[in-house]
Design a protein around this ligand. Sequence first.
Ligand SMILES: [Zn+2]
Length: 466
Amino acid sequence: MISTKIPYYYQSVDFNKLVLDYEPPVEFMNGAMKWSREKIEHVQLQRLKETLEQASTIPFYQRLWKKHDFALSDVQTLADLSKIPMYTIDDIRDSIERKPPFGDYQSYHFEDGQHTPLRFYTSGGTTGAPRPTIYSAWDREVGAILSARTFYMHGIRPGDAVLNSWAYSTHNAAWIMDHGLWHWLGCTPITTSTGNVTPTEKQIEFAKIFGATSILATSDYLVHMAEVARKMGYDPKHDLQIKTLSAFGNKQPVQEAWGCPVYDSYAFHEVQYVAYECEAEDGLHIFEDAFLVEIVDFETGEVLPPGHRGNIVVTALYKTGTQQIRYNIQDISGSYEMKQCSCGSWHKKIDYFQGRSDTMVKLRGINIWPEALGKMILEDRRVNGEYFCYAERKTPEGKPARDELTIMVEAKSDSLDFGLLKHELEELLKRKNGVAVSVEIVKENELQNLTGHGVRAKLKRFEDRR
Ligand SMILES: [Zn+2]
């Protein structure tokens, strides 16, 4: 007999428990967002212990913990967090190699779909091979609540139509934003996806015709959209109805192009929204009811005190499917001094995303990040902000081989003196970094083929040619 038992979605999540455990936007603003440190840490410890208990049945963690002699009983307080072994994307790759194609870090597989509804996404990754993640219905809904909280904080409100210009693909990003708007915010997503699904001109038309009040996209793409709108004869500041933008990355050029508030956030594939920018516009609040976030030294992995730059290490506290416990995601940030924010929240803050540490280039002992250079060149109004970096190993005559970094930048106008601009930018970068970086000036739009500007959601900014 064929099984007739179907795991219906509406029966698969205890929604009453869900909204008490992970409050939706309005309840969050009056609830968990205002929790005291004591309350935050109490909930975190309880959730951490439950998470560890669940992860102890997953082969990946069994192996990792055994290798580092870690036992569940080692965690009695939050201060014991650093006793849990950390892992990176290399361990995930190793896990996939051991047990292709899913790795042994998942708690569910497709056949479990006969008992509970599942979703499957892969990260193309800014670098390296795709990482598959299987999400339970609970994990999706919490992720969607965290997205909705972020958008609400950014001024998106029920009744809004929101253009979602992230790639609707095997990536999670567009989907979790979509579900947040739809399930937990009373907003209607306009599912344009990226420029190669709906050409940018058409996206602008959609925003115009249907009166979209916000757009979700990377900062790079939002700047591009404003340029295209202007070419179409629209003033992005007045001819569209955009009231706020939820971006990802460098906000300043977006603000200049659109003339409305722009807010940043931090999220990634496996765990979805981790941190959001509040009205204070001074760093990103971690959703501390759902995460433990640490900043660790690039080389030693030691947890760093506030004010230092290091890798972000994330422990998700809400997941029932694939767990992430002390996942060193190798994104660069820094933690803030613990104090109450002017928005009223005690939730810890981290700095804005500073780039990936695996694109870090060490020049004469100094760490340089392509993304940081991209921000520095914006000081010069003769360039349009587009850039692409590459690293090479060169052997100067009679000297040992050394690494060199070059940044290619687009000049705003062909009539500029490229030689002078190159010289002045090299001076600027040398002054800011304390080490020489070569600059190559190119004409406007010449970097498109390298970065994927206008086509890719996340632009390519770096190539290692060593
Ligand atoms: Zn705040």
